[in-house]
Design a protein around this ligand. Structure first.
Ligand code: TYD
Ligand code: MG
Length: 435
């Protein structure tokens, strides 16, 4: 039988017969690695029989699969109302962000419903996991544990044990002797995911796979598994800030529009049910270079403080950096401000920071960011009961945003009397002049 070596891109799974430096599919550099030898197909060897097709209708009783509700409402919302039986979920995020912490807390909540929960770790020892669970106040007697990295051994163990819920931490450390590549490689990761998916579907057991992503948000894993699993959850945030956001990137059984907000504390992840109030906590009244805006995360409006610092540059080339905000978008706002509001920012270093470690992508925050920059440059304070909503266009106009009513309502609820919206102020010149 013929054998063939192929090379696979760790970003998108593209297969090439020879090694290439740049992926012709996703254009990523240096992502190809040698994958398992594939046996070439031999035509006509296997005979297949046709199967009977049937009507799409299903029986009433099996229409809605059962969900296991969690006590964390924030997590329930993202999942679409709890963990669906027989579903396979991939939880990803940067190392150290809190994936293991979140899953052990979920395990505890499921075990409290008198369900058999099995936590499988290939990364940490029993001692480490138990230590963490204890610190979190979890009853470790209620959880089952297995330290293993061999995919087949894990599969046989869970088949034997028959738990109601399984967590595998993490998919990157799994390996199978049937696959001739190292653990963490595309073929190992994909093979393991397929194995556990089959298990989840045939036994109706929900499985959560944990997978790490690297700094740039990719890795052999999450990307190639996305189409396989039912749900992909991202745990995001800044390791040095307390806030964590659980976001669903894909959800076959719910909306991908919802997020869950948590705070990492001594007792693990704690739900934040009133994020606006939390994000504004500790805000200095009448500060220069600080503006409040409203971002829409899923269906929820959240008030956020944006800080800016404009300072004369000691070098010829001004420095512009942004934390939690797209630096190119910030450059654009600076350009607009410079051209239309007659502010000479060409010799200014400008820094923008979104408070609380949140990342904002919503264009309706443009005006808030722009006003924070203007406030710092002009050394004028923004009244602490003022908040800005609006997208900034290239000719300095303030454009309408989606779901304005919802945003305004949230701002009013938190005591903002003056909510500047595109309906009131048509261009940035008048907004800046009002400072
Ligand atoms: P962890 O869940 O191990 O991250 P991951 O599995 O995503 O790699 O969490 C790691 C960080 O969380 C670690 O730096 C310590 C912090 N942490 C807390 O702040 N409070 C806690 O109660 C726990 C368990 C962890
Ligand atoms: Mg971990």
């Amino acid at each position: 039988m013929k054998t063939k070596t192929s090379f696979t891109c760790s970003e998108c799974g593209y297969i090439s017969p020879k090694w290439v430096g740049k992926c012709p599919n996703c254009e990523a550099w240096n992502t190809f690695s040698e994958t398992a030898k594939e046996t070439s197909r031999i035509k006509g060897r296997v005979r297949v029989e046709p199967k009977d097709v049937k009507k799409l209708t299903i029986k009433e009783s099996s229409k809605s699969a059962k969900r296991i509700p969690l006590t964390m409402e924030e997590a329930n919302r993202v999942l679409g109302g709890g963990i669906l039986e027989g579903s396979i979920t991939l939880l990803t995020g940067e190392p150290g962000i809190g994936k293991s912490t979140l899953t052990i807390q979920i395990c505890d909540q499921i075990a409290a419903l008198d369900k058999k929960v099995l936590y499988i770790s290939g990364e940490e020892s029993q001692h480490q996991i138990a230590g963490r669970a204890k610190r979190l106040g979890i009853d470790t007697d209620k959880l089952l544990f297995l330290a293993e990295t061999n995919s087949e051994t894990i599969l046989e163990s869970i088949k034997k044990e028959k738990p109601d819920f399984v967590v595998i931490d993490s998919v990157q450390v799994l390996f199978s002797h049937d696959i001739q590549s190292t653990s963490g490689s595309i073929s190992q990761v994909r093979y393991a995911a397929e194995l556990f998916m089959e298990f989840a579907k045939t036994t109706n057991t929900p499985v959560v796979l944990i997978g790490h992503v690297t700094k740039d948000g990719n890795l052999a894993g999450p990307r190639v598994l996305e189409h396989l699993v039912d749900t992909v959850l991202y745990l995001e945030g800044d390791r040095f800030h307390q806030f964590r956001i659980l976001r669903s990137q894909k959800n076959r059984f719910g909306s991908t529009n919802e997020i869950g907000i948590f705070e990492m504390g001594e007792k693990g992840l704690v739900e934040v049910s009133n994020p606006s109030a939390q994000f504004l906590e500790g805000r200095k009244e009448h500060a220069i270079g600080s503006a409040i805006t409203v971002t829409l995360e899923g269906t929820r409006p959240i008030l956020i403080e944006v800080q800016a610092l404009a300072n004369i540059t000691p070098f010829g080339y001004p420095k512009r950096t942004a934390t939690g905000y797209d630096v190119n978008r910030m450059q654009l706002l600076i350009s607009v401000l410079q051209k239309y509001a007659k502010t000479n920012l060409s010799n200014q270093d400008i820094f923008v920071n979104v408070v609380g470690g949140m990342k904002i992508k919503d264009p309706s925050c443009d005006l808030g960011v722009l006003m924070a920059i203007a406030s710092s440059f002009l050394q004028k304070t923004i009244p602490s009961d003022t908040c800005y909503i609006g997208e900034v266009g290239l000719s300095g106009e303030i454009r309408a945003v989606s779901q304005l009513d919802k945003r305004v309502k949230e701002a009013k609820k938190l005591g903002f009397k003056n909510v500047v919206t595109p309906a009131q102020v048509k261009d940035i010149v008048s907004a800046v002049r009002a400072l």
